[in-house]
Write a protein that binds this ligand. Sequence first.
Ligand code: PLP
Length: 248
Amino acid sequence: MQEEKSLVTLAENIAAIRKRMERACVMSNRDIKEVKLLLATKTVPSSRIIQAFALGETFIAENKVQEVKEKYTDLQAYSFEQHFIGHLQTNKIKDILKYKVSCIQTVDRIELAEKLQNKLAADNQLMDVLIQINTSNETSKFGIAPEQALSFIEQVSKFKNLRIKGLMTIGLFSSDAEKVRACFKRLKTIQQQVIEKQIPHVEMKELSMGMSGDLEIAIEEGATIIRVGTAIFGQRQYPDSYYWNEKE
Ligand SMILES: *Cc1c(COP(=O)(O)O)cnc(C)c1O
């Protein structure tokens, strides 16, 4: 009974998000097929993720390598795509490559890119990555400063086992929609600049931006991946600072 009720809630929440996505696409004249819904599953138990799979969602992301690891066995039998959206510590690289992660969205420093490259090359593996940009310029947030994005991407493009697919950002937390929008516009501008540079081995198709509170603005500004947690799974037990501001 409890289980059934929670499944209904989950189905309703997902349907509501899909509706918001559709409306935002209509408003901005975009094809809904261009925007993927990524479920941010931090703190969400495997059983709940499996319910989301049953409802047709198969695109998930974790913030901590420890959580990827803990849920790995439970989810092993299912077919899904998993990205990593948390701050990646270099001493966790070895671990993350063991599990089912197809893209690291948070490459934000050369040391991380270099160590990832070395490990991938040693294992003869490739990894899709996004470059995380700090579009809000808040010192508390991870990501490359917008002014440094181009040169950083040129450097990372030399690491042949990393396949750059686009950019990721966390927008400003603000009730001022125009300030939030400015962050997403900044990411779009960087995307255009990188495309113009025609850097070999760099694809710029993906823009991962927009969350529960600002997904409409992100879609209007060109998001191809929106990352949604709270609006689907409910409030989390820990504040986001726990995930976004951990120290190396
Ligand atoms: C948790 C998280 C999200 C989802 O945020 P909600 O506001 O819960 O939708 C998106 N992106 C990142 C990087 C996250 O850590």
